[in-house]
Design a protein around this ligand. Structure first.
Ligand SMILES: CC(C)(COP(=O)(O)OP(=O)(O)OC[C@H]1O[C@@H](n2cnc3c(N)ncnc32)[C@H](O)[C@@H]1OP(=O)(O)O)[C@@H](O)C(=O)NCCC(=O)NCCS
Length: 171
């Protein structure tokens, strides 16, 4: 499992003890509105998510991290394998009071470096709803390029951006 310190943030895999703090971010209405719905009671639901991330860390050597500012869990971010596309996405979600500081971009840069420099992935994508302009701004800041609209689970017509390793090395 990869634990990292970026310039301002600590990135480490989420554990069961993070469930309450993670639910406060993941199920915050301003965050949840952009993400696939979680079913049932928030803390129980995110325990399932943490378990799936832990399995991915074991089996695939990557998964989204918990993002910590000091000791405070402010969100999640990192690499996530998506079976429907047989490809790896970079994702992010932060508590609203942590927006506007460049933290999502900082986490995502660390994730892209892990993906391209260590894991030797060829391509990393990011998807979001067409009206999630904040998330698309992060994608553009990172050097990802808009390619097309796709359907994903309960979402139709979402926007797909991606970047390949050669382009990443050049930005
Ligand atoms: C998407 C999301 C993570 C973007 O967060 P964000 O804080 O806007 O993105 P960044 O971390 O890249 O921060 C960029 C902003 O910080 C500002 N900033 C302030 N200090 C900065 C610094 N030291 N370095 C870089 N940027 C800084 C930038 O100017 C920019 O502000 P602007 O958008 O007003 O120009 C956030 O809106 C979110 O969590 N949304 C809900 C969940 C979600 O939509 N997730 C994505 C689903 S696909």
């Amino acid at each position: 499992m990869t634990t990292l310190q970026t310039e301002r943030l600590r990135l480490r895999p989420l554990v069961a003890g993070d469930a309450e703090a993670y639910a406060a971010v993941r199920c915050h209405p301003e965050v949840a509105r952009w993400l696939p719905p979680v079913a049932g009671e928030p803390v129980e639901a995110v325990r399932g998510t943490i378990g799936r991330f832990a399995a991915a860390w074991r089996e695939r050597r990557y998964a989204p991290w918990g993002v910590f500012l000091g000791d405070r869990l402010i969100g999640h971010g990192g690499l996530n394998f998506v079976p429907e596309f047989a490809a790896t996405e970079v994702l992010w979600a932060l508590h609203p009071d942590a927006w506007g500081h460049g933290y999502a971009t900082e986490v995502a840069r660390a994730a892209l470096a892990l993906g391209f420099d260590t894991l030797m992935l060829d391509l990393i994508f990011a998807i979001t709803l067409p009206d999630n302009l904040a998330s698309q701004a992060v994608m553009k800041r990172l050097g990802l390029t808009y390619r097309r609209r796709v359907d994903y689970r309960e979402f139709t017509d979402i926007v797909w951006y991606d970047i390949d390793r050669e382009t990443w090395k050049a930005v």
